[in-house]
Structures are given as C-alpha cells and as structure tokens.
Design a protein around this ligand. Structure first.
Ligand code: SAM
Length: 274
C-alpha cells in the first residue's frame, strides 16, 4: 500500500482580511537550547530525517533492548480485541518506523487496523518498508501529518497511541486536544514516554548513561552525536509523571492514570474520552 501524503492545511483562510500579527518572540526549548517556537519543529525534523535509517538499531543499542519490553507492555495495556472479525481502528501518532502499529497488529484480531501518522517522510519510508516486510500493508496505512493538526475527522478512532513522540511536539497541549478530537466517545488515549527516574542510584546511573554513553554510541554508530544529544536533553525537559497526567486531564480525558516502567525511566499514561 502506498504511503499517503495529505495536502497540507492552509494556514490562512482565503478571502479573510488578515490582521497584522505582532512580532512574535516566543521561545521554547529544543533540548537544552532556547529557540524560536516556529523554528523548533524544523529542527526536530532534521534530527529524525538524519537518524531514520539507523533509528531501530540505535534504539536497541541505546536502551539495551529495553524499549522492546516497554513497547510490549504498552500494547498489552492497550489490550486490542483479539477475536478475529472485530473492528478496531488505532491511530499511532509519531509512529515513525512502525514499532507500535506492527506489534499491535500481531497482538490483535484480523479485522483490526492502524494508521501511522508521522511528520517525517524519512521515518515513514522506513516504516512502510517494515510494514510491507511484515505482510501488514492491508491493515496498516502510513500518513504524513503533524500531531498538532491531525488530518483526520472528529471521532474516527477507537484508540490513540503515541510512543516516544510527544516530547518532540512543540505545543503538547494542541497535540493532546487533537488526540481528544479524533477519538470516538469511549476511546482510549495511551502515551509511552521517557520520564522521571524515581529510584535512588538508578537515577545517577541513568544520568551517566544518558549524557556520556548515548551520545558516544551515536557518534560511533551513526557518525554524529548531535541528534542523540537532543534526544537525551529533550527527555530532561519533558514534564514529570504527575504534571503530564494533569495536562492530559486538562485536554478533557478522564480516568487518567500512569504506570512507571524501569523505575520511571519511562512511563505509560492512559486516559479515556468519556
Ligand atoms: N513511535 C516510534 C517508536 O516508538 O519507535 C517513533 C518515535 S521517534 C523517537 C519520534 C517520532 O516523532 C519521529 O518519527 C518524528 O518524526 C515524530 N514527530 C516529531 N514531531 C512530530 C509531530 N509534530 N507530529 C507527528 N510526528 C512527529
């Protein structure tokens, strides 16, 4: 199945007189750097465009394979229907090379489908290859799009997942409100993201691993440490477990809870559109 590239949404309505916008000087963090808000997504895109071909290998090397266990737990918590013939439509945002959607398809019945939506054509190209190789092209579609302005109709999915994606989004509140919009009533939101380590000793080991080991692996294997420096810095900037749960509630989700993985190195947040 071919990858779909929807038309980009026009930012201005035609025929409407535009008021002159004041000079915007809003800044935001790109890792530990402060950058202009409108510049950030382009910088994130450069990171994923440059790591796409080695992304899966680097994930294994950087996490010692742990990301596979976390993703397994994530899909288990999602608990998609197992019985053949039961419809269920998942949207996996920032789905990149397809890890979550492929795991989900293997773990669920033959009538379940998934849409992978990601802003990076390079990550999606790797994802499309993997979906084809897994023989899942009939059940998994890949679409280029931004988590902040999803190219999907209201109430069109049973579940929304985002794994290691949301910290890359500039306006997390917009992404959460889009998640709420595209879910059906009764739909589930699930997020897997690096989080705040809540175990003494492990936090120190993790700090060392993040800032000294990961960029070196990046340099050795991918020939560049900068994308990996960004990845670890962006983890430190992301809200801690409780703060992120509050943001999810603020977007309108109910019964919001989270589970820590590996002492809080990662956390899964769950909420429902009721
Ligand atoms: N979910 C995959 C996984 O767990 O292996 C990929 C995670 S990767 C660390 C982050 C992904 O977020 C990249 O593929 C990147 O292109 C995507 N991304 C970053 N900003 C995005 C945005 N605003 N909208 C959609 N995807 C975005």
């Amino acid at each position: 199945m071919a990858m779909v590239r929807p038309e980009r949404r026009s930012r201005r309505a035609t025929g409407v007189t535009q008021m002159t916008e004041p000079n915007r000087t809003d800044t935001t963090s790109f890792g530990f750097r402060e950058v202009r808000e409108e510049e950030r997504q382009g910088l994130v895109n450069q990171v994923f465009s440059s790591v796409a071909e080695r992304y899966d290998l680097m994930n294994d090397l950087m996490s010692g394979g742990l990301h596979r266990l976390w993703k397994r737990d994530f899909v288990t918590w999602l608990n998609p229907p197992k019985a053949d013939g039961r419809d269920f439509r998942l949207l996996d945002v920032a789905g990149g090379t397809g890890d979550i959607a492929i795991r989900y398809a293997h773990a669920s019945g033959n009538a379940t489908t998934a849409v992978i939506c990601d802003i990076s054509p390079e990550m999606l190209a790797v994802g499309q290859r993997r979906v084809n190789d897994a023989g899942l092209a009939e059940r998994i579609t890949l679409i280029e799009g931004n988590a902040e302005t999803l190219p999907f109709a209201d109430a069109s999915f049973d579940a929304y997942t985002i794994a290691f994606g949301i910290r890359n989004v500039t306006h997390i509140d917009k992404a959460l409100s889009e998640a709420h919009r595209v879910l059906k009533t009764g739909g589930r939101f699930l997020c897997l993201e690096f989080s705040d380590v809540q175990m003494p000793i492990l936090d120190k080991l993790y700090e060392f691993h993040s800032f000294h080991v990961i960029p070196r692996i990046g340099k050795l294997v991918a020939g560049d440490d900068q994308p990996y420096q960004y990845l670890v810095e962006s983890i430190r900037k992301f809200p801690k477990q409780e703060a992120f749960a509050a943001m999810i509630r603020h977007a309108g989700f109910e019964r919001v809870i989270y589970r820590n993985l590996t002492g809080g190195v990662a956390a899964m947040h769950s909420g429902w559109k009721i």
